[in-house]
Design a protein around this ligand. Structure first.
Ligand code: ZN
Length: 278
């Protein structure tokens, strides 16, 4: 099977770290690859405001669209309202999952309208936190959006009228089949840019824009084999998380140990923040 890696940028808002987006653009221009741009239409997530508000943000978005970057609707306000992990069981926070169909339809319609008003036609949906449910799919179709960037299989597939372009990676690596690298540029360091550039140099042939990648993979209808891949991915992810947590636990126990019982108790409390590190 062909191997293809496509690219998506999450959390694009007027308060983004523009210097990083510019650096990314230069890098991707040099490789002639166009990523998916996940824009929050009506951002209310303060965590996504990491720099001064860019006065020319929407002009910049239009300029990137004109270059062929794909526009994805990254939720509506990017505010998590519940703990539902959705059909992909990706995270325990969601802006959409488990909300009534009519509410979701309204949120998507309003988000799409805002982007379209800025002359940014929506080509894909990108759920904040990767969390969404069957009603989200229905609401997307009702709003004329027929593709999304998510899913845990090695090829694109169609579920309830929506094409899923799988996204299983947070770090650059050679995928099995089709995959998308999910990137949050706001917290990127020099190291991240250098490692991505190295990866692109070494694997140029498999790194593609989504429109090119689409030609290599005809989406298949959602079937048992896809469902099985999803289940396996979800299970493996849970196992990895557990292992990572227990690693942290091991380090914590070691670091906070003392022969002296009183001192040990104090150290156990003092080092508690270690357990919150991810
Ligand atoms: Zn996001």
């Amino acid at each position: 099977m062909d191997k293809v890696l496509t690219f998506r940028l999450d959390d694009i808002t007027p308060g983004l770290k523009m210097a990083n987006l510019k650096r990314f653009e230069e890098l991707f221009d040099s490789f002639d690859i166009r990523p998916i741009l996940g824009i929050v239409p009506c951002n209310e997530d303060k965590g996504l405001i990491v720099d001064k508000i860019q006065p020319d943000f929407w002009d910049e978005m239009r300029r990137l669209k004109d270059k062929g970057w794909l526009i994805a609707l990254h939720g509506y306000k990017h505010v998590y309202v519940n703990e539902d992990s959705g059909i992909l069981e990706a995270n325990t926070f969601s802006e959409f999952s488990s909300l009534p169909y009519e509410t979701q339809k309204q949120m998507i319609s309003e988000g799409k309208r805002i982007l379209e008003e800025k002359d940014l036609p929506v080509q894909l949906f990108m759920a904040p936190g990767h969390t969404f449910d069957e009603n989200t799919l229905k609401a997307l179709v009702a709003n004329g959006i027929f593709g999304l960037t998510d899913g845990y299989a090695d090829r694109p597939y169609i579920r309830d009228g929506v094409t899923f372009y799988p996204c299983r990676l947070n770090e650059p690596c050679i995928p099995s089949g089709f995959d998308t690298l999910c990137m949050h540029l706001n917290n990127w360091t020099d190291e991240d840019f250098i490692s991505l550039e190295d990866f692109l140099k070494n694997n140029r042939d498999i790194c593609k824009s989504l429109d090119e990648a689409k030609n290599l993979f005809e989406p298949v209808p959602y079937n048992e084999s896809i469902a099985l891949q999803e289940k396996r991915f979800i299970r493996n992810k849970a196992l990895k998380q557990k292992a990572a947590q227990s690693e942290i636990m091991q380090r914590y126990l070691k670091k906070s140990y003392s022969e002296n019982k009183v001192l040990k108790l104090i150290k156990r409390v003092l080092y508690l923040p270690m357990l919150l590190k991810r």
